[in-house]
Design a binder for this molecule. Structure first.
Ligand code: NAD
Length: 351
């Protein structure tokens, strides 16, 4: 029996090489006049270049964005936002910079234009994770969703090869989980499968030649679709494990997703092969094993131990992940999760 509900999220998307030049027009379209341009310290040059292209539409530049949106950084950016009389933000960068833009929007009602330079997908989700005193809390709300996203693949040409691959696998994780989400829909499944297909084809091209333009265009297109799935449906075991390990052990975001993805998908596939059949068909007939082979061929990190995780951490992580689980089509048995983490620790193929 087919039964579903579907809510699409209202974002305006502008996609294409050179589209960054449309930032001023997009600010105007939102009825805003003066943008605070945001970036990380590493991307301050790109932010300054965008600021000078915006001319009088730029109220200032804040280049202090940091991973996991620490509230102290947001407080500093808020001061700059208010002192500069800005009425909107333009976030140029990856998920960290997008997170800062969302944090400012949540506090001020500022309109957001996001110009993503990784495949993280945060720009199309109404989700904000913030860190205070070492604790990360997440909230959702329509005020958090950016109004406009400008995807300019030219800006991803500089994304380092390893980060391109881990970030791409991070995006694929959003889509793979969307396929079995409790509140999924046929539209989100279409987006997920198309996003996975695009990244499946794009990442090998980028791994072989990071400046491959067609590969870069296709990867960013895939990242948009995968991120949209993350924004539209609830996440499950994969994101739960990434949040548990990432938060408790302070692990890097994209790498953690990249390592765990084949294992979490194989875990669900063992119980619900039919649900994951669309993913399996993209990866040689088996979703988990296929994703593992795919990631390995790309040279993606395989082992949690390489990120500093110790075997002694695994009991506590399994305990935490199963104590307050997200909905999952297969019950999260503690022993099975411990086993999954053990294989990911040493970089074995999924069971
Ligand atoms: P990031 O934004 O931290 O970027 C990693 C590094 O790469 C930074 O130094 C950045 O300046 C640099 N970089 C980014 N793009 C570049 C480019 N094109 N060329 C050269 N350098 C570049 O990493 P990320 O993985 O995109 O984002 C991770 C953060 O996003 C985490 O805090 C995560 O929790 C958050 N996130 C949130 C959501 C959501 O929906 N709320 C979704 C995904 C990720």
């Amino acid at each position: 029996m087919l039964s579903f509900s579907h809510t699409g999220l209202p974002a305006r998307i502008v996609f294409g090489r050179g589209a960054q030049a449309q930032a001023g027009a997009e600010i105007e379209r939102l009825g805003a006049k003066r943008a605070l341009v945001l970036s990380t310290p590493q991307q301050s040059q790109e932010a300054e270049a965008l600021a000078s292209a915006l001319g009088s539409m730029c109220a200032g530049v804040f280049s202090g964005a940091a991973m996991h949106t620490p509230v102290e950084v947001t407080a500093k950016a808020l001061e700059v936002y208010e002192q500069s009389n800005a009425d909107c933000v333009v976030a140029l960068g990856g998920g960290s910079t997008t997170g800062l833009g969302k944090a400012l929007a949540a506090r001020t009602g500022a309109a957001q234009v996001v110009i993503p330079t990784t495949y993280a997908g945060s720009e199309v989700t109404p989700i904000l994770g913030e860190t205070k005193d070492g604790l990360k809390t997440t909230r959702r709300g329509p005020e958090i969703l950016p109004e406009t996203v400008i995807y300019d693949p030219e800006l991803t040409d500089t994304l380092p090869q390893v980060l391109s691959i881990t970030s791409g696998l991070n995006a694929m994780a959003h889509a793979a989980e969307g396929v079995y989400a409790q509140d999924g829909s046929p539209i989100f499944t279409l987006m997920a499968v198309e996003g996975l297909r695009a990244l499946r084809d794009a990442l090998p091209a980028i791994a072989a030649k990071p400046s491959d333009r067609d590969g870069r265009d296709l990867a960013l297109y895939g990242a948009w679709l995968c991120g949209t799935v993350l924004g539209g449906v609830g996440m499950s075991i994969h994101h739960k494990l990434c949040h548990t390990l990432g938060g408790s052990l302070d692990l890097p975001h994209a790498e953690t997703h990249a390592i765990l993805l084949p294992h979490t998908i194989a875990f669900v596939e063992a119980a619900k092969p039919d649900v994951l059949a669309p993913v399996a068909s993209l990866f040689g007939g088996r979703a988990g094993a296929g994703l593992h082979a795919f990631a390995k061929k790309l040279g993606a990190p395989q082992s949690l131990a390489d990120l500093g995780v110790k075997e002694a951490d695994l009991d506590r992580m399994s305990e935490q992940a199963t104590a307050n689980p997200y909905w999952c089509p297969r019950p999260l048995e503690r022993e099975a999760i411990r086993n999954l983490l053990q294989r990911a620790l040493v970089g074995d193929a999924p069971e």
